[in-house]
Design a protein around this ligand. Sequence first.
Ligand SMILES: *Cc1c(COP(=O)(O)O)cnc(C)c1O
Length: 400
Amino acid sequence: MKKSVFSKSFTQQEAIPEHGIEQAVQVMRTGRLHRYNTLSGETAAAAKLEQEYAAYMGQSYCLACTSGGYALHIALKAAGIRTGDAVLCNAFTLAPVPGAIDNAGGKPVLVEIDGNYCVDLNHLEAMMQQSRARFFMLSHMRGHIADMNAVVALCRQYEVTLIEDCAHTMGASWDGKKSGSFGKIACFSTQTYKHLNSGEGGLLITDDDIVMARAIIYSGSYMLYERHGTLPAAEVFADIRLDTPNYSGRMDNLRATILLAQLPALAENCARWNARYQALEKRLSKNPRIQLAQRPALESYVGSSLQFRVEALDPRQVSAFMSSCARRGVELKWFGGAEPQGFTSRYDSWRYIGKTPPLPQTLAILATTFDLRIPLTFSIEDMEQIGSIIDDEVGSILDR
Ligand SMILES: *Cc1c(COP(=O)(O)O)cnc(C)c1O
C-alpha cells in the first residue's frame, strides 16, 4: 500500500483578518506610525492595545514593546534585579529566556522538569534553598502549566519574585485564573508563531505601580510616558523617570493595529487550537508506545503545539523516526539534541551561562520527546492524517 504523505506547511499561519489589514493601511496613510506621534486628543493604537490587553487580563497595567524577549528583560530590570543575581528558570524553555536573564545581568539557575514538561516542584524548592535566588522566571513552556497554587506558595515562602513567561499560554488559565496573573509580572510574545501575530512584539503586564513606571521608562518613552494606555499616577514617576535608563524597545502603531484586530478572536482561536490538539491526541493515544502529557483538570490550556514521547526509542532510532516522519511530510522537532537546531536548543547548549549541574531528569525526558506545531491552517482531518503517520512510523521503527 502506498504510504500517505502530508503536504501542508507546519509554519504557515493564518492571514491577518481583512479588517486588520484595512486598519493597518489606514495607519500607514496617516504617516503616524510612531506610538507618540499623536494628534491632540488622539489615542495611539499602541496605547489602545495596552488598555485592551490589560482589561482582557484583568490587570491594571500593560506595556506594549518590541518582543517577548525584550519584555522579559525589562521585567527583570523593573523587578529590581542587580548584576550577578541568581534567577531560577525551568531548564526546558527557549533561548530568549536565558538570554533575557543574561541581558539583565542575572545568572540562570536551571530547574528540572517533570514528565508533563512542567517545572519539578521538589527540585524547585531545593534550588530555592540552595541558590537563595530572589527571582523565578517561569516559562509555561509549550503551554504546560505547573500547579500554580503550589508555585505561588513556594515563592511566598522563600521570598522569590515570580515572573511568568506566557509566550505559549496567552488565553490559557489555571484553576479559573488567567495564566500571567499569578506572578508579579507576566510577559507575552506576539511573534508570528504565538497566539497573536504581529511578526514581532511583546506585552508586559503587572498590577504593580513601581514596576510599571520603571518598565515604561525602560521601554524608551522619553518624557512622553503620559501617552501610555495604562499609567500609574504621575507622582510614581517623579524619581523613576530620572533614575531609569532608556532601553529603546517601543511597539509601533502598525503592529498594535494588527494586534487590536486579532484580540477579539483570541478565545475562539484558542478553541480551534484545542479541537485540533484533541483530535491529534486522540489519534496518538491509540498507540500504547506513545506517551502523552497528562493535562490536569485545573489546567485550561491552549493546544497550539503537542509533545509526545516514544520512550522505547534508542538514540539511533530517534533520528530514523524523525527522518521517516519528515519523508511523509510530518515535521517533528526534537528538544533532546546536543546540537541546537532551528528554534530548539537543549539547556547545555547555552554555553554562555557557564557550567550548570547536570539535570538527569530533564535530559532523560527530552531524549525521547517530540514536538509539533499546530498551525490553525491545519484542519481536523489534517490532524488525523498526521496522527496516523506518526502512529505508523512508530510501529515501523519499533517492529523492524
Ligand atoms: C517566543 C518565546 C519567547 C520570546 O519571544 P520573542 O518575542 O521571540 O522574543 C519567550 N519564551 C518562549 C518560551 C518563547 O517561545
